[in-house]
Design a protein around this ligand. Structure first.
Ligand code: DAH
Length: 343
């Protein structure tokens, strides 16, 4: 093969190899292979001395052309490869702001809180404020000052969690002691509600729990009557369950109210005809209430010949179960998000 042919062949094969180089390192290896000190082109040029005087400039010119072509193509390929590299880095390192973010799991308000907040709003709109009392309570407040003397069945050890042998300290069985605490400390007139936990020795079933919640209510002023009690509770029930909700005030007994009543709402399921939901009654019991007993007022230093008051106690779980059609009380406490997220 003549030197001319060798050069031409070198040009063909090297151009193919340069275009095929996959990365900068491979390309650099090719540059050394062809144009390096011991490279193929250099080796060919070293043999120029053996050429005839006429051939030497022709072959020399060709060799220069081949070197320039190779140099140019290697440079072009290098540019292409580094652009590609940059592109790859940019696409792998950039922040894609169009990608949807990781969803943040936000909890849901517990149905008890939903109902409590609704009730609070209704009472606050009627001028009530919120009062609080201790869950660990003195028996005097939980019972005696509420006209519930020794021997009353509610004081039985079977029904109540006592802390001390003399039964003087307990987990409150009702929110009613807050009535006494408020009457003893706040100036008249009084208009409060007091939501909170209460405890009783009940076995757990679909409608019972040893811990549940009540909302206590108390209004004391001059000239408060049973009419105020009915108006207040009807307002609550109608705002909670709808304007057409029918209520029934049924005589009952509580030691700390006289007269006392229980308030039922007409069954939302059957409209009072009797069904499974109301257990054939046509009515669903909602709360206990009454006019504060004069003995209770007097015990708190309030003159019962000048002042009168009404009080009520609502079961919060019962309200939530009615409001959301929950059939089993236990579901409310299990805190299973699959259940809670439905409300
Ligand atoms: N404390 C009563 C209970 O737990 C409920 C109750 C009834 C509260 C009548 C009252 C009331 O304030 O007047 O069963």
């Amino acid at each position: 093969m003549s030197m001319k042919e060798t050069l031409q062949q070198l040009r063909e094969s090297s151009l193919g190899a340069i275009t095929a180089a996959e990365n900068i390192d491979a390309l650099e290896a090719l540059r050394v292979k062809y144009l390096g000190k011991k490279g193929e082109l250099t080796t060919i040029l070293k043999q120029m001395g053996a050429l005839s005087a006429e051939d030497r400039p022709i072959v020399g010119q060709l060799a220069n052309e081949v070197r320039e072509t190779l140099t140019y193509n290697i440079e072009q390929r290098r540019k292409t490869l580094s652009e590609k590299l940059l592109e790859m880095r940019l696409s792998s390192e950039t922040l894609d702001i169009t990608m949807p973010g990781k969803p943040v799991e936000i909890g849901k308000k517990h149905p008890l809180n939903t109902v409590l907040d609704e009730a609070k709003d209704i009472f606050i709109s009627m001028g009530f404020t919120i009062a609080e009392g201790p869950e660990v309570e003195l028996s005097i407040y939980n019972f005696d000052k509420l006209n519930t003397q020794e021997g009353h069945p509610a004081r039985d050890r079977q029904d109540t969690f006592y802390f001390t042998d003399d039964d003087s300290l307990l987990l409150r069985t009702q929110t009613s002691p807050v009535q006494v605490r408020v009457m003893e400390t706040q100036p008249l007139p009084i208009r409060i509600i007091s939501p909170g936990r209460v405890y009783r020795k009940d076995e757990v079933d679909a409608t019972h729990s040893p811990m549940f919640h009540q909302i206590e209510g108390l209004v004391v002023d001059r000239g408060i009557t049973m009419g105020d009690l009915k108006g207040t509770l009807n307002t609550l029930v109608r705002q909670l369950y709808g304007e057409n909700t029918v209520t029934r005030f049924r005589p009952h007994h509580f030691p700390f109210t006289e007269p006392s009543c229980e308030v039922d709402v007409q069954c939302f399921e059957c409209g009072g005809r009797g069904c499974r939901v109301c257990k054939g009654e046509g009515w669903i019991e909602l709360l206990g209430a009454g006019m504060v007993h004069p003995k209770v007022l007097e015990g708190c230093g309030i003159d019962s010949s000048v002042y009168s008051g009404f009080a009520f106690g609502i079961g919060l779980e019962r309200m939530a179960m009615r409001r959301f059609n929950i059939s089993d009380l236990r579901l409310i406490y299990e805190n299973d998000v699959r259940f809670l997220s439905q409300f």
